[in-house]
Design a protein around this ligand. Structure first.
Ligand code: NAP
Length: 293
C-alpha cells in the first residue's frame, strides 16, 4: 500500500513513456514487498539539470536512465562502477543521502548474461556488431571484456563506427575491424551477430520488414542476438530460426539488465529470478503486436 513512507524509483529519458521498465519493477517491488513505486519522468534535454537536481533532493532511491541522458548522468555521478566508467554510460543510479550519486551500467551485464544463459562461449569467437549507438557501445565493451578474437563493426554511418572503434582503441582495447561493405565479409567467418539498430522494429513497415544482414547469408549454427524487442520475433529472428541458428531476443536483455538494477537499489545478494517477469512482459508485447497488425 502506498503511504507516507513510500519511496520512489524512476526512469528518466526523452522519450520514455513507451518503456516496459515500470511493469518489470513495480511487479518486483510488489513481489519482494518493498514500500516503493517505480514511475516514469519524461523531460526535455534543456530541463535536465533542474530535473536531475530535483530528483536528487527529493530522496529517491535511485533511477534508471535512458536516451538521451546516459552520458549526462555519467557526468553527475560521484561514484562510478568499472563498466559505467569505461563505457561513459550510466543506466542505473543509486542515491545515498543527497550528496552521493552512484552510477552503474547494467546493460553490459544484461547482454552478457543473456548470451551465457544460452551457453555461448566467448573463447575464439568472431563477432559482428551492427550499429554504433549506445547499445552497440555496451555490446562492444562486453565482448572486449570477454576477450573474443575479433569484433567486426558495421554501421550505416561509417564515421560513427569509426568513432566507436577509436573510443575503445584510445582506452587501450583493440581487435575491432570496421566493415564498410558486407561483400567484404563472409558469414562463414562469424559465430555471433548482434543487431544494435532499430532494423526489424514495429516503428514503421519498411523497418519491420528488413533484416540487418544480407538476406543471402545462411545463419545456420550461428548465435543471433537481437536487441529489438517489439516485435518479439523480428524478421531477423524468424530467418535465424528457420536456418537453425541459436537465437537470443531483445526481451532477454531487457529483463536481465532490469533485474540487475533492482539488485543494486536494494543491496540484494542475488539477482532476482527472471522467468515470471519474462513471461509477463512477453504477454504484454504480444498484445501490443496484435494491436500493431
Ligand atoms: P542509438 O544510440 O540511437 O543508435 C542507433 C543505431 O542504429 C545507430 O548505429 C544508427 O546508425 C542505427 N540506425 C538507426 N536507424 C537505422 C536504420 N533505419 N537503418 C540502419 N541503421 C539504423 O540507439 P541504441 O540505444 O543503440 O538502440 C539501438 C536499438 O537497440 C533500438 O532499437 C533499441 O530499442 C534497442 N535496445 C534494446 C535494448 C534491450 O534491452 N533489448 C537495450 C538497448 C537498446 P547511424 O549511426 O547511421 O545513425
Amino acid at each position: 500500500m502506498i503511504n507516507s513512507n513510500t519511496r520512489v524509483i524512476s526512469l528518466i529519458g526523452y522519450p520514455a513513456r513507451h518503456s516496459l521498465s515500470p511493469v518489470i519493477h513495480n511487479y518486483l517491488l510488489q513481489k519482494t514487498r518493498k514500500n516503493a513505486v517505480y514511475l516514469v519522468f519524461e523531460f526535455k534535454p534543456g530541463e535536465f539539470k533542474q530535473a536531475f537536481n530535483g530528483l536528487k533532493k527529493l530522496g529517491f532511491i535511485g533511477l534508471n536512465v535512458t536516451m538521451p541522458y546516459k552520458e549526462k548522468v555519467y557526468q553527475q555521478c560521484t561514484y562510478l562502477d568499472k563498466t559505467s566508467k569505461l563505457t561513459k554510460s550510466v543506466n542505473t543510479v543509486k542515491f545515498k543521502g543527497n550528496k552521493e550519486i552512484n552510477g552503474y551500467n547494467t546493460d553490459v551485464y544484461g547482454f552478457l548474461k543473456s548470451l551465457e544463459d544460452k551457453n555461448f562461449k566467448f573463447d575464439n569467437k568472431n563477432c559482428l556488431i551492427i550499429g554504433a549507438g549506445g547499445a552497440a557501445r555496451s555490446v562492444v565493451y562486453g565482448l572486449l571484456s570477454k576477450k573474443v578474437t575479433n569484433i567486426y563493426l558495421y554501421n550505416r554511418t561509417v564515421k560513427n563506427a569509426e568513432n566507436l572503434k577509436n573510443y575503445f582503441i584510445n582506452s587501450g582495447r583493440g581487435n575491432i575491424k570496421i566493415i564498410k561493405d558486407f561483400k567484404k565479409l563472409s558469414e562463414k567467418d562469424i559465430e555471433l551477430i548482434v543487431n544494435c539498430t532499430p532494423i526489424g522494429m514495429n516503428l514503421e513497415d519498411s523497418l519491420k520488414k528488413s533484416v540487418p544482414v544480407p538476406v543471402s547469408w545462411n545463419l545456420k549454427n550461428k548465435y543471433i542476438f537481437e536487441m529489438v524487442y517489439e516485435p518479439i520475433k523480428t524478421r531477423f529472428l524468424q530467418k535465424a530460426e528457420s536456418e537453425s541458428a541459436k537465437v537470443i531476443c531483445g526481451l532477454d536483455m531487457l529483463v536481465n539488465q532490469a533485474v540487475y538494477s533492482f539488485k543494486i537499489w536494494f543491496d540484494m545478494e542475488e539477482v532476482p529470478q527472471t522467468r515470471d517477469i519474462r513471461e509477463k512482459i512477453k504477454k504484454i508485447l504480444m498484445e501490443n503486436e496484435n494491436e500493431f497488425r
